[in-house]
Design a protein around this ligand. Structure first.
Ligand code: AMP
Ligand code: MN
Ligand code: MN
Ligand code: MN
Length: 296
Protein backbone atom coordinates (compact mmCIF):
# COMPACT_ATOMS: atom_id res chain seq x y z
CA UNK A 1 0.00 0.00 0.00
CA UNK A 2 1.28 3.48 -0.79
CA UNK A 3 1.75 5.90 2.08
CA UNK A 4 -0.03 9.23 2.24
CA UNK A 5 1.36 11.82 -0.18
CA UNK A 6 2.44 15.21 1.11
CA UNK A 7 -0.28 17.85 0.78
CA UNK A 8 0.32 20.13 -2.20
CA UNK A 9 1.42 23.56 -1.03
CA UNK A 10 -0.45 26.21 -2.98
CA UNK A 11 1.50 29.44 -2.94
CA UNK A 12 -0.39 32.64 -2.23
CA UNK A 13 1.23 35.32 -4.36
CA UNK A 14 0.29 38.92 -3.61
CA UNK A 15 1.59 42.43 -4.21
CA UNK A 16 3.64 42.08 -1.01
CA UNK A 17 5.23 38.71 -1.86
CA UNK A 18 9.00 38.93 -1.30
CA UNK A 19 9.73 38.35 -5.00
CA UNK A 20 13.38 38.34 -6.11
CA UNK A 21 13.34 37.95 -9.88
CA UNK A 22 16.94 38.76 -10.87
CA UNK A 23 20.16 36.98 -9.88
CA UNK A 24 23.14 35.10 -11.35
CA UNK A 25 24.74 31.70 -10.79
CA UNK A 26 28.02 30.09 -11.91
CA UNK A 27 26.21 29.31 -15.18
CA UNK A 28 26.93 32.99 -16.04
CA UNK A 29 28.86 35.43 -13.84
CA UNK A 30 27.65 34.61 -10.32
CA UNK A 31 29.82 32.72 -7.82
CA UNK A 32 27.16 30.40 -6.33
CA UNK A 33 25.57 27.30 -7.88
CA UNK A 34 21.84 27.39 -8.71
CA UNK A 35 21.27 25.10 -5.69
CA UNK A 36 23.22 27.36 -3.29
CA UNK A 37 21.30 30.39 -4.57
CA UNK A 38 18.01 28.62 -3.94
CA UNK A 39 19.02 27.82 -0.35
CA UNK A 40 20.17 31.41 0.23
CA UNK A 41 17.01 32.90 -1.29
CA UNK A 42 14.81 30.61 0.83
CA UNK A 43 16.80 31.40 4.00
CA UNK A 44 16.35 35.12 3.27
CA UNK A 45 12.57 34.72 3.05
CA UNK A 46 12.14 34.95 -0.73
CA UNK A 47 8.55 33.94 -1.57
CA UNK A 48 8.97 33.86 -5.36
CA UNK A 49 12.34 33.38 -7.03
CA UNK A 50 13.81 33.45 -10.55
CA UNK A 51 17.33 32.70 -11.74
CA UNK A 52 18.28 35.10 -14.57
CA UNK A 53 21.70 34.13 -15.89
CA UNK A 54 23.16 36.25 -18.70
CA UNK A 55 22.24 34.90 -22.18
CA UNK A 56 21.85 31.39 -20.79
CA UNK A 57 19.03 29.10 -19.59
CA UNK A 58 21.31 26.16 -18.67
CA UNK A 59 20.82 26.61 -14.90
CA UNK A 60 17.02 26.78 -14.86
CA UNK A 61 16.27 23.05 -14.47
CA UNK A 62 18.65 22.83 -11.49
CA UNK A 63 17.24 26.01 -9.94
CA UNK A 64 13.65 24.83 -10.41
CA UNK A 65 14.39 21.46 -8.79
CA UNK A 66 16.17 23.12 -5.85
CA UNK A 67 13.32 25.61 -5.37
CA UNK A 68 10.76 22.81 -5.48
CA UNK A 69 12.64 20.82 -2.83
CA UNK A 70 12.45 23.90 -0.58
CA UNK A 71 8.77 24.59 -1.35
CA UNK A 72 9.73 27.98 -2.82
CA UNK A 73 7.69 29.19 -5.82
CA UNK A 74 9.88 29.67 -8.91
CA UNK A 75 9.78 31.31 -12.36
CA UNK A 76 12.12 30.59 -15.26
CA UNK A 77 14.37 33.56 -16.05
CA UNK A 78 17.12 34.97 -18.25
CA UNK A 79 18.90 38.32 -18.76
CA UNK A 80 19.57 38.93 -22.46
CA UNK A 81 22.35 41.29 -23.65
CA UNK A 82 20.98 43.67 -26.30
CA UNK A 83 22.56 46.43 -28.38
CA UNK A 84 20.33 49.50 -28.58
CA UNK A 85 21.50 52.91 -29.87
CA UNK A 86 25.11 51.58 -29.83
CA UNK A 87 24.86 50.78 -26.09
CA UNK A 88 24.34 47.58 -24.14
CA UNK A 89 20.89 47.16 -22.59
CA UNK A 90 19.76 44.15 -20.56
CA UNK A 91 16.33 42.59 -21.06
CA UNK A 92 15.10 40.18 -18.39
CA UNK A 93 12.72 37.43 -19.46
CA UNK A 94 10.48 35.65 -16.93
CA UNK A 95 8.05 32.74 -17.03
CA UNK A 96 8.94 31.35 -20.49
CA UNK A 97 9.39 27.77 -21.70
CA UNK A 98 13.15 27.24 -21.26
CA UNK A 99 13.15 24.56 -23.97
CA UNK A 100 11.68 26.84 -26.66
CA UNK A 101 13.92 26.21 -29.74
CA UNK A 102 13.95 29.82 -31.05
CA UNK A 103 14.86 31.16 -27.61
CA UNK A 104 17.57 28.52 -27.04
CA UNK A 105 19.10 29.14 -30.49
CA UNK A 106 18.90 32.92 -30.12
CA UNK A 107 20.70 32.78 -26.78
CA UNK A 108 23.36 30.52 -28.24
CA UNK A 109 24.00 33.05 -31.02
CA UNK A 110 24.09 35.86 -28.44
CA UNK A 111 26.76 34.00 -26.41
CA UNK A 112 28.88 33.43 -29.53
CA UNK A 113 31.72 35.88 -29.87
CA UNK A 114 32.35 36.20 -26.12
CA UNK A 115 35.55 34.11 -26.42
CA UNK A 116 37.03 36.27 -29.16
CA UNK A 117 35.99 39.43 -27.33
CA UNK A 118 37.73 38.14 -24.19
CA UNK A 119 40.99 37.62 -26.11
CA UNK A 120 40.78 41.19 -27.42
CA UNK A 121 40.07 42.49 -23.90
CA UNK A 122 43.16 40.64 -22.68
CA UNK A 123 45.33 42.09 -25.49
CA UNK A 124 44.21 45.61 -24.58
CA UNK A 125 44.96 45.01 -20.90
CA UNK A 126 48.41 43.67 -21.84
CA UNK A 127 49.10 46.90 -23.73
CA UNK A 128 48.17 48.71 -20.50
CA UNK A 129 50.75 46.60 -18.64
CA UNK A 130 48.45 43.91 -17.22
CA UNK A 131 49.52 40.51 -18.49
CA UNK A 132 47.80 37.13 -18.49
CA UNK A 133 44.28 38.54 -18.05
CA UNK A 134 42.58 35.98 -20.33
CA UNK A 135 44.06 33.01 -18.48
CA UNK A 136 43.46 34.81 -15.18
CA UNK A 137 39.79 35.48 -15.94
CA UNK A 138 39.26 31.93 -17.20
CA UNK A 139 39.99 30.57 -13.71
CA UNK A 140 36.71 32.12 -12.49
CA UNK A 141 34.56 30.97 -15.41
CA UNK A 142 31.94 28.29 -14.66
CA UNK A 143 30.53 28.12 -18.23
CA UNK A 144 33.07 28.22 -21.07
CA UNK A 145 30.55 30.00 -23.35
CA UNK A 146 30.00 32.76 -20.85
CA UNK A 147 33.30 34.52 -20.16
CA UNK A 148 32.28 38.04 -19.13
CA UNK A 149 33.70 41.31 -17.86
CA UNK A 150 32.83 40.14 -14.35
CA UNK A 151 35.41 37.35 -14.62
CA UNK A 152 38.06 39.86 -15.72
CA UNK A 153 37.02 42.07 -12.79
CA UNK A 154 37.58 39.19 -10.35
CA UNK A 155 41.04 38.59 -11.83
CA UNK A 156 41.93 42.31 -11.52
CA UNK A 157 40.84 42.37 -7.87
CA UNK A 158 42.40 39.06 -6.79
CA UNK A 159 45.70 39.88 -8.52
CA UNK A 160 45.88 43.18 -6.60
CA UNK A 161 45.51 45.56 -9.58
CA UNK A 162 42.28 47.01 -8.10
CA UNK A 163 40.88 47.06 -4.56
CA UNK A 164 37.33 46.06 -5.58
CA UNK A 165 35.04 45.61 -8.60
CA UNK A 166 33.84 49.20 -8.27
CA UNK A 167 37.41 50.37 -8.92
CA UNK A 168 37.75 47.90 -11.81
CA UNK A 169 34.78 49.37 -13.69
CA UNK A 170 36.01 52.90 -12.97
CA UNK A 171 39.52 52.27 -14.37
CA UNK A 172 39.03 49.38 -16.83
CA UNK A 173 36.56 47.43 -19.00
CA UNK A 174 34.18 50.37 -19.63
CA UNK A 175 33.94 52.71 -22.61
CA UNK A 176 37.16 54.68 -23.14
CA UNK A 177 39.13 52.57 -20.62
CA UNK A 178 41.63 49.74 -21.23
CA UNK A 179 39.96 46.36 -21.76
CA UNK A 180 36.73 47.70 -23.26
CA UNK A 181 35.80 45.90 -26.47
CA UNK A 182 32.52 47.02 -28.04
CA UNK A 183 30.33 44.04 -28.85
CA UNK A 184 27.23 43.55 -30.95
CA UNK A 185 24.63 41.69 -28.90
CA UNK A 186 21.05 40.67 -29.83
CA UNK A 187 18.63 43.26 -31.24
CA UNK A 188 15.92 44.59 -28.90
CA UNK A 189 13.18 43.17 -31.14
CA UNK A 190 14.73 39.69 -31.27
CA UNK A 191 15.26 39.49 -27.49
CA UNK A 192 11.68 40.61 -26.72
CA UNK A 193 10.26 38.21 -29.33
CA UNK A 194 12.28 35.18 -28.15
CA UNK A 195 10.96 35.68 -24.61
CA UNK A 196 7.38 36.54 -25.57
CA UNK A 197 6.95 33.77 -28.14
CA UNK A 198 8.26 31.28 -25.55
CA UNK A 199 5.31 32.30 -23.34
CA UNK A 200 7.17 34.74 -21.08
CA UNK A 201 7.22 38.42 -20.21
CA UNK A 202 10.06 40.73 -21.31
CA UNK A 203 11.28 43.38 -18.84
CA UNK A 204 13.77 46.26 -19.15
CA UNK A 205 16.45 45.49 -16.52
CA UNK A 206 17.88 48.21 -14.19
CA UNK A 207 16.91 51.15 -16.48
CA UNK A 208 18.82 53.72 -14.42
CA UNK A 209 22.13 52.07 -15.32
CA UNK A 210 22.19 53.09 -19.01
CA UNK A 211 23.97 56.24 -20.17
CA UNK A 212 20.99 57.43 -22.23
CA UNK A 213 19.71 60.93 -22.76
CA UNK A 214 16.02 61.48 -21.98
CA UNK A 215 15.23 61.20 -25.69
CA UNK A 216 17.15 57.94 -26.07
CA UNK A 217 15.46 56.52 -22.99
CA UNK A 218 12.05 57.48 -24.39
CA UNK A 219 13.01 55.71 -27.65
CA UNK A 220 14.07 52.60 -25.70
CA UNK A 221 10.77 52.40 -23.82
CA UNK A 222 8.73 53.16 -26.96
CA UNK A 223 10.53 50.58 -29.14
CA UNK A 224 10.43 48.02 -26.32
CA UNK A 225 6.63 48.36 -26.06
CA UNK A 226 6.28 48.29 -29.84
CA UNK A 227 8.08 44.91 -29.93
CA UNK A 228 5.78 43.49 -27.23
CA UNK A 229 7.79 44.22 -24.07
CA UNK A 230 5.58 44.39 -20.97
CA UNK A 231 7.61 45.23 -17.89
CA UNK A 232 10.33 47.29 -16.24
CA UNK A 233 12.48 46.66 -13.17
CA UNK A 234 11.56 49.37 -10.71
CA UNK A 235 13.11 48.02 -7.51
CA UNK A 236 16.57 46.50 -8.08
CA UNK A 237 19.82 46.22 -6.17
CA UNK A 238 21.32 48.85 -8.44
CA UNK A 239 18.59 51.53 -8.04
CA UNK A 240 18.57 54.25 -5.40
CA UNK A 241 15.20 55.18 -3.86
CA UNK A 242 15.04 58.20 -6.18
CA UNK A 243 15.73 56.01 -9.23
CA UNK A 244 13.03 53.54 -8.15
CA UNK A 245 10.58 56.45 -7.80
CA UNK A 246 11.49 57.74 -11.28
CA UNK A 247 10.92 54.34 -12.92
CA UNK A 248 7.71 53.82 -10.95
CA UNK A 249 6.46 56.96 -12.73
CA UNK A 250 7.69 55.69 -16.11
CA UNK A 251 6.04 52.29 -15.52
CA UNK A 252 2.71 54.10 -15.05
CA UNK A 253 3.31 56.42 -18.02
CA UNK A 254 4.12 53.49 -20.35
CA UNK A 255 1.57 51.14 -18.76
CA UNK A 256 4.25 48.57 -17.87
CA UNK A 257 4.24 45.85 -15.24
CA UNK A 258 6.78 46.39 -12.44
CA UNK A 259 9.50 43.93 -11.43
CA UNK A 260 11.75 43.57 -8.40
CA UNK A 261 15.12 41.78 -8.18
CA UNK A 262 18.41 42.04 -6.31
CA UNK A 263 20.75 41.29 -9.27
CA UNK A 264 22.72 39.26 -6.73
CA UNK A 265 26.03 37.86 -8.09
CA UNK A 266 28.13 36.94 -5.07
CA UNK A 267 28.18 37.15 -1.25
CA UNK A 268 31.54 38.97 -1.53
CA UNK A 269 30.61 41.46 -4.25
CA UNK A 270 26.89 42.22 -4.16
CA UNK A 271 25.61 45.05 -1.99
CA UNK A 272 22.05 43.75 -2.08
CA UNK A 273 21.48 40.19 -0.90
CA UNK A 274 18.72 37.94 -2.23
CA UNK A 275 15.32 39.02 -0.92
CA UNK A 276 16.63 42.18 0.77
CA UNK A 277 14.84 44.83 -1.28
CA UNK A 278 12.27 47.56 -0.63
CA UNK A 279 8.66 46.78 -1.59
CA UNK A 280 7.31 47.84 -4.97
CA UNK A 281 5.50 51.18 -4.79
CA UNK A 282 1.82 50.37 -4.13
CA UNK A 283 0.21 51.81 -7.25
CA UNK A 284 2.17 49.54 -9.64
CA UNK A 285 1.06 46.19 -11.01
CA UNK A 286 3.66 43.55 -10.06
CA UNK A 287 4.83 41.44 -12.98
CA UNK A 288 4.36 38.33 -10.85
CA UNK A 289 0.58 38.88 -10.72
CA UNK A 290 0.56 38.53 -14.52
CA UNK A 291 2.74 35.39 -14.31
CA UNK A 292 0.77 33.37 -11.73
CA UNK A 293 0.06 30.65 -14.32
CA UNK A 294 3.80 30.24 -15.07
CA UNK A 295 4.88 29.71 -11.45
CA UNK A 296 6.47 26.28 -10.85
P1 AMP B 1 29.52 41.50 -20.05
O1 AMP B 1 28.20 40.81 -20.28
O2 AMP B 1 30.70 40.60 -20.30
O3 AMP B 1 29.63 42.82 -20.76
O4 AMP B 1 29.61 41.82 -18.48
C1 AMP B 1 28.62 42.59 -17.87
C2 AMP B 1 28.63 42.32 -16.37
O5 AMP B 1 29.69 43.06 -15.76
C3 AMP B 1 27.37 42.82 -15.69
O6 AMP B 1 26.35 41.87 -15.75
C4 AMP B 1 27.84 43.03 -14.28
O7 AMP B 1 27.85 41.78 -13.60
C5 AMP B 1 29.27 43.48 -14.47
N1 AMP B 1 29.38 44.96 -14.46
C6 AMP B 1 29.28 45.80 -15.48
N2 AMP B 1 29.44 47.08 -15.08
C7 AMP B 1 29.64 47.03 -13.75
C8 AMP B 1 29.89 48.01 -12.73
N3 AMP B 1 29.96 49.30 -13.01
N4 AMP B 1 30.04 47.57 -11.46
C9 AMP B 1 29.98 46.25 -11.16
N5 AMP B 1 29.75 45.29 -12.07
C10 AMP B 1 29.59 45.66 -13.34
MN1 MN C 1 26.47 40.18 -14.36
MN1 MN D 1 22.35 43.56 -16.04
MN1 MN E 1 21.95 40.94 -13.84
Amino acid sequence: MRGPTAPKITAVITHLTNADLHCHSVVSDGTLTPEALAVRAHANGVGLWALTDHDEVGGIARAAAAAKALGMPFLSGVEISVTFASRTVHIVGLGFDANDPALVQGLQRTRGGRGERAHEMSEQLARAGIHGAYEGALKYVGNPELISRTHFARFLVDSGVCADTHEVFRRFLTEGKPGFVPHRWASLGDAVRWITEAGGVAIIAHPARYPFSANEEFALFTDFKHHGGRGVEVVTGSHSAAEAAKYAELALEFDLLASRGSDFHSPDESHTDLGQLPDLPGQLQPVWEALQHRIQ
